[in-house]
Write a protein that binds this ligand. Structure first.
Ligand code: GTP
Ligand code: MG
Length: 198
């Protein structure tokens, strides 16, 4: 799959205002600063399509991008950002979880995980929640340019090992770097397959 055109469509917090759910949709979720917006830009070959920042908490709404006029990529707000007020945190969690539960055209959610970190409670809790709700998801390790290849491999292996202590099987896993454009073909091929299997 080649992305020929990527266009910002809308930014909302109310489910009722989102674009009509008439096209396949893929969402990116994960801790603040993990690289969701950067990964979307990398996939779309654009630097500033989704707004990024070195300060966590940049994306605060549900952002739709229309790809090739055929499907949507969705950038979501991050979680686990300590400086956000409790009220805002609850608000984001409310509309984000609502979106994940109720969006009928959401074909897969990509859960992003910074490859440098040990398994973190909020990420594991999110994936358990997705599994319980039978919401399809895949795991995406980000920022792999910050480690050597050997370290990336050992971190991913130990993350998998940790999960397999409680999970029967693991979802699809992608190894990426927005900086080095790593993982782009794999992700786009997966998206293509999911769209075509519907
Ligand atoms: P929120 O919107 O706050 O939830 O964050 P986000 O997950 O969208 O992260 P964002 O894409 O804004 O990136 C956060 C910071 O990480 C920025 O300074 C990016 O330049 C940096 N970053 C993102 N991806 C990569 C990567 O693959 N490698 C490196 N080295 N830095 C990255
Ligand atoms: Mg963002």
């Amino acid at each position: 799959m080649i992305i020929k055109e990527a266009r910002f469509i809308s930014s909302h917090t109310a489910l009722a205002n989102l674009p009509k759910p008439n096209l396949p949709e893929f969402a990116f979720i994960g801790r603040s600063n993990v690289g969701k917006s950067s990964l979307i830009n990398m996939l779309c070959n654009q630097r500033t399509l989704a707004k990024t920042s070195s300060t966590p908490g940049k994306t605060q709404t549900i952002n739709h991008f229309l790809i090739n006029n055929l499907w949507y990529l969705v950038d979501l707000p991050g979680y686990g950002f300590a400086k956000t007020s409790k009220k805002l945190k609850n608000e984001w969690a409310g509309f984000t979880f609502d979106y994940l539960k109720k969006r009928p055209n959401l074909l897969c959610t990509f859960v992003l995980i910074d490859v440098r970190h040990e398994p973190q409670k909020p990420d594991i809790a999110l994936m358990e929640w997705l599994a319980t709700k039978e919401i399809p998801f895949a795991m995406v390790f980000t920022k792999t340019d910050k480690l050597t290849t050997n370290h990336v491999n050992t971190h991913v292996a130990s993350y998998k090992h940790f999960m397999l202590e409680t999970w029967e099987s693991l979802p699809e896993i992608f190894i990426t770097s927005a900086e080095k454009k790593r993982g782009k073909e794999d992700l786009l091929e997966f998206i293509d397959q999911v769209i075509n299997s519907k």
